[in-house]
Ligand binder design. Structure first.
Ligand code: SAM
Length: 385
């Protein structure tokens, strides 16, 4: 069997495979997937035009067809559950079907896709028992539920290769600094709005701010718009991120420290406000609570700490705690699999529930913690000293 890109002259064979696949679905008790003649020929023509449709052939005979793209899929942005390695580049396979009797062709196609990129996401209907069985056999893991553009529910699966090694935190951000602003903003719920909104939660008298994990300083635009003369202290472990920040704001009063905020001593009662944006969803409860104690110490009386981060909200997840537990256990599994210890911190998303976040901040001493803004899983909390 071979794989090649689909060409226009394959269309009759390809459309016959889809017609047979629809019939086979019905025969196996799956009456709700690919109804109404889906996928229509126009969709496949478009896949071919984009160079994303492939066929599996044996000589002149087309045995199977599928769509493969290595790019974020909008319908995978929201999942009730959790993707493995959510930040890693992945391939997405859609519209995979094999000819009647072409046993093994589906598996061959999926394994070929995995060879192109060892991180594949795919979804299927919960009634598609043969597909679910095949995915399990090939080592795909069930990750949760996603919804198609038309609102239909699908089960989401993913296979991640051991080649997807966890990267040490500063190495991860240093190597991505150049493309960070563009990629990161497009990737997070709420986009740049989540950064710009931070300033509105700072006290009107704010003059001094400490920013943990300041990165390239995306949140500073909103802050300088409201407080043009604010004095910023910024910490980050990724030097390349800080270098970009320096170029963006050469004339502002910014003191940058290329240090881990986990180890650095911030002092007592020094800042009107502390902020952290999209950095703490990599740490455990214990690490965060210890950090929050230091943050509590370093802000002045009546000061605030504003945290914008990837958090698990009950508005978005049926059982946020289950999702949090899944992320932490996946992280542990990957570390075990790759023989990594806790002596280093790796880039892996372990978001916590909003409730747990609030509990940790209260435990650290803050008198009141409020959720003040949210876009899906991007949440802003304000903790008052
Ligand atoms: C997703 S970026 C967020 C950057 C910026 N705050 C923003 O919202 O665009 C996370 C940043 O946190 C930094 N970071 C992670 N752990 C850190 C630590 N322990 N100490 C200092 N910086 C850290 C990373 O280097 C990275 O620049």
């Amino acid at each position: 069997m071979q794989i090649r890109k689909t060409i226009a002259s394959d269309l009759p064979a390809v459309m016959q495979i889809y017609a047979d696949a629809r019939q086979m679905m019905v025969e196996s008790g799956n009456h709700n997937q690919w109804t109404g003649g889906h996928p229509a020929q126009a969709i496949i023509e478009n896949d071919i035009a984009e160079g994303k449709s492939y066929v599996c052939t044996d000589g002149e005979t087309v045995l199977a067809v599928f769509y493969l793209d290595i790019a974020p899929d909008p319908t995978y942005a929201k999942i009730d559950g959790a993707w493995q390695r959510p930040d890693a580049e992945y391939g997405v396979v859609h519209r995979i079907a094999r000819a009647r009797g072409a046993k093994g062709a589906g598996a061959f196609c999926l394994e070929w896709c995995f060879g192109q990129i060892p991180n594949i996401r795919i979804d299927t209907h919960r009634d598609n028992a043969p597909m679910i069985k095949l995915l399990g056999r090939l080592g795909y893991k069930y990750c949760g539920t996603i919804w198609l553009e038309n609102g239909d529910e699908r089960l989401a699966f993913q296979k991640v290769g051991a080649g997807n090694r966890l990267e040490e935190m500063s190495a991860f951000f240093n190597s991505r600094a150049e493309s960070y602003n563009e990629v990161h903003v497009g990737h997070i719920d709420g986009g740049i709005e989540s950064k710009n909104v931070i300033a509105s939660f700072l006290p009107a008298h704010t003059k001094s701010i400490i920013d943990f994990g300041i990165g390239t300083g995306l949140e500073l635009k909103g802050i300088f718009d409201r407080f043009p003369n604010a004095k910023i202290t910024g910490l980050d472990i990724a030097e390349n991120m800080l270098d970009l920040l320096k170029k963006t704001y050469p004339d502002k009063r910014i003191n940058l420290y290329c240090e881990s905020y986990l180890d650095y001593d911030f002092g007592d009662n020094l800042y009107d406000a502390a902020v952290s944006v999209m950095t703490l969803h990599h740490y455990t409860h214990e690490v965060k609570t210890n950090l929050y104690r230091k943050i509590y110490q370093c802000v002045k009386q009546n000061g605030v700490y504003v945290e914008c981060d990837y958090m698990l909200s009950a508005h978005e997840h049926e059982n946020p705690q289950e999702v949090e537990d899944f992320h932490f256990s996946e992280y542990q599994r990957l570390k075990d699999e790759q023989g990594l210890t806790d002596s280093m911190k790796y880039h892996y998303d372990t978001p916590c529930t909003v409730d747990n976040q609030i509990t940790m901040l209260l435990e650290a001493g803050f008198s009141k913690v409020s959720e003040v803004w949210r876009k899906k899983d991007t949440v802003v909390l304000v903790a008052e000293k």
